[in-house]
Design a protein around this ligand. Structure first.
Ligand code: GLC
Length: 727
């Protein structure tokens, strides 16, 4: 039986039993009034002792959006999705679950509504897979909160979702610069070499990562002093060059006597426990470890304090990984393997059967559900809860520990904070990247779709491992992915151990030159990206949107590999091998096409709505500026903040009037929340043979240093008028 409460004019909460307080919702629900509600609109409900099922009959043309970090099409129809956070490094199309759990969907059809299930363990969404016309959602519990957003508009549903769960995270401005990583740069020398190489080759760079090998024996919060004798010196020297160093942090604490994190955790009973109340043991990178009990606030505070060793060195961000939590094996699982081996041996099986028994036993070792069921958290009120029931919260709570600590350790500074696993709510304090993809062309399309579906969940600042993480990458793939990366708010080239190096200089001269121009283009777009990002957060509207969120029409709903990056720019990346162009659909309005190679070359063509084949050589990216909307560019620099932005280039196709509200602030602190930001209201009016331009500055705190604006305004015949303005 459900109880119903009104949350806003368009949002209702349906509660069953006694749900666990996940922290996803920011509203205080203690005072809401509940009434009994035998039903939930739109859905049929089927319950039994163990599960709750919600069933919805779809119409032929209904489209389902959302579900965040899941594989498959952007329209989620025709597949089963499982929310149970898992470290699966092989993102093949058959996979149902990834690292995050995002049970928020939008039904877009004759009837439209949004649904968010706040429940932290397994949920299955069967969206027209078993039966093509039915959605069946199975929650393996009777204790859950369901939020129903009854709005016609997709964007309003998302606004309501953000009103409930909070606005997206705002990174520092330098986090919009280019970032380089590898598992691993094995020494301080190597990190310095890579960073310096960027400067030598004039390729902009803002961040370099140190992956697990900077640690001493993979012990979290330690440094291998043989290979990184002066980590802090490296951080300082690179900071001088405008490059930030970000370390990876894993939750598993190595079991090793004398190791301070282990000793403190053990002494204070800060680790998750097994059924005998002994510290739970599972293996990750360091071998056998204990897992900090992040569901407990004392543990979060303790863990948070550990980040001080990094902030003392001048570090401005962290990369939380393996926090599903990933389990390579447990002693129990290994024991079971031996038993299976014995069984395989003694039974009168054929050799082939023996082999498959062994293979099956090995396959079940990592991330085994039985292991997740075998440990417990101690909540603040002293009660013990089985991990399996709150599994999807581990990454969120680890990241909350970091986020809260960094507020004190870096007062009034915005950190770059990343997590691999996530649950709704994490989007307020940090963001996620898309995990361990492969250097496959198919994974570029996955990247494009995830950008859109993660933005719907509030993960605006997201991106994939550019060039692909696993496997070897060809120069062509890295170039095309670097081009797509220009439009990943989190823009990081990262690759796995034993794979072909994929920094821009690892191939040939031509590839290097293309990649340099590509990264410089990202920096040319910085004023636009930052301004649009900040406006998106303010408006509670996804920063990256599918075409169907902006334009009505049937065809728009089918286009998944073109997307709106901010409100002015549509990106149509080339994501297939050996392609010298691609088909593009231009909806509704006229578009100014820039098949971009570099900032300095801006050859524009005007297109009417329709279908086109757009040529794009290896160095070119098909971009389209929407009619009567403007793109804001500046001259690229080596890193964000190297120079003040004093000149802007405003480019657009203006057939009547275009207005752009350019935003800027200090890019580093939260002072924008106290009104320390500025606006330039840029207006272009089409007059018979000319354009009237006007710029109004509203900048009481002097946040905008622009003193010159270059206008490049196109008319519908493609003629350009150039004007300069001193402001
Ligand atoms: C995990 C992460 C990956 C990282 C690796 C080693 O696979 O997803 O990004 O490089 O661990 O730390």
């Amino acid at each position: 039986m459900f109880k119903k409460a009104q949350i806003s004019a368009q949002t209702h909460l349906y509660r069953s039993g006694e749900p666990f307080k996940t922290g996803a919702v920011i509203l205080d629900l203690s005072k809401v009034n509940f009434q009994d509600s035998p039903r939930i609109p739109y859905f049929e409900i089927e319950t039994n002792d163990k599960e709750t099922n919600l069933i919805y009959k779809m119409q032929k043309d209904d489209v389902v959006y959302g579900l965040g970090e899941t594989l498959g099409a952007l329209n989620k129809r025709g597949k089963i999705y499982q929310f149970y956070a898992t470290d699966d490094p092989l993102h093949t199309p058959d996979k149902k679950a990834l690292y995050g759990s995002h049970p928020f969907m939008i039904l877009d059809g004759e009837k439209s509504f949004g649904l968010f299930i706040d429940y932290p363990s397994e949920i299955i969404f069967d969206i027209g897979f078993t039966h093509k016309d039915y959605i069946k959602i199975t929650i393996f519990s009777k204790d859950l909160d369901i939020y129903l957003f009854e709005c016609d508009e997709k964007l309003t549903i998302i606004k309501e979702y953000f009103a409930l769960t909070g606005k997206p995270y705002i990174p520092p401005k330098w986090a919009f610069g280019f970032q380089q990583s590898r598992w691993s740069y094995f020494s301080e020398e190597e990190v310095r070499y890579v960073a310096n190489k960027y400067r030598e080759l004039d390729i902009p760079l803002d961040v370099i990562y140190t992956d697990i090998d900077y640690m001493d024996g993979y012990k979290v919060f330690t440094i291998n002093r043989e290979t990184f004798p002066n980590y802090e010196g490296m951080v300082k020297d690179l900071a001088q060059k405008g490059i930030k160093v970000i370390p990876i942090i894993d939750p598993g604490v190595k079991i090793e006597e004398g190791y301070h994190v282990y000793e403190e955790g053990k002494m204070n009973k800060y680790f998750c426990v097994d059924k005998n109340r002994e510290d739970f043991v599972a293996a990750v990178w360091p071998g056998l470890t204990h897992f900090p009990d992040f569901l407990n606030s004392d543990v979060r505070k303790w863990w948070g304090r550990q980040y001080k060793i990094f902030t003392d060195m001048g570090i401005k961000g962290v990369w939380n990984d393996m926090n599903e939590p990933s389990i390579f094996y447990t002693p129990t699982r290994v024991q079971k393997l031996f038993e299976s081996l014995e069984k395989a041996k003694v039974e009168e099986n054929e050799l082939g059967q023996k082999l498959s028994l062994i293979q099956e036993a090995i396959k079940n070792i990592p991330n085994n559900r039985e292991d997740y069921k075998s440990f417990y958290h101690k909540l603040d009120d002293g009660t013990l809860i089985n991990h399996d029931l709150v599994h999807n919260l581990y990454g969120l709570k680890m990241t909350e520990a970091a986020s809260e600590a960094l507020k004190t350790l870096l007062p009034n500074e915005r950190p770059l904070l990343l997590s691999r696993s996530s649950y709704p709510g994490l989007h307020r304090m940090a963001s996620i990247w898309m995990g361990d993809n492969m250097s496959w062309w198919e994974h570029m399309l996955v990247n494009i779709r995830l950008l859109q579906s993660l933005n719907m969940m509030g993960f605006f600042y997201t991106g994939a491992d550019i060039g692909g993480f696993g496997g070897d990458a060809s120069p062509e793939l890295v170039i095309r992915w670097m081009q797509l990366g220009v439009f990943n708010p989190f823009y990081r080239n990262h690759a796995a151990l034993n794979t072909r190096p994929q920094e821009p200089w690892q191939f040939d001269e031509e590839s290097l030159n293309i990649m340099r121009d590509t990264v410089r283009l990202r920096y040319a777009l910085l004023p636009y990206t930052y301004s649009e990002y900040m406006n998106s957060v303010k408006e509670s509207e996804p920063f990256i949107k599918p075409l169907s969120f902006v334009f009505d029409g049937k065809k728009e709903k089918d286009i998944e590999d073109q997307f709106m990056y901010g409100n002015s720019l549509m990106v149509a990346p080339v994501h297939e091998q050996n392609k010298k162009g691609r088909y593009v659909y231009l909806p509704d309005v006229k578009w100014l096409n820039w098949t971009a190679t570099k900032f300095e070359e801006r050859n524009m063509t005007v297109y009417k709505p329709g279908d086109y084949y757009i040529e794009a050589e290896l160095s070119q990216i098909p971009l389209f500026i929407k009619e009567n909307n403007l793109l804001v560019l500046t001259e690229p620099m080596n890193y964000v903040g190297e120079k003040e932005i004093t000149e802007l280039w405003i480019v657009g196709l203006v057939t009547s009037q275009a207005v752009y509200t350019y935003y800027d602030d200090d890019g580093l602190t939260y002072n924008f929340a106290k009104g320390e930001f500025g606006h330039l209201k840029i207006e272009i009016l089409k007059e018979s043979n000319d354009f009237k331009v006007q710029v109004e500055k509203e900048d009481p705190k002097n946040m905008i240093k622009v003193n010159k604006i270059h206008f490049e305004i196109y008319d519908e015949s493609g003629n350009v008028v150039k004007k300069d303005m001193i402001i």
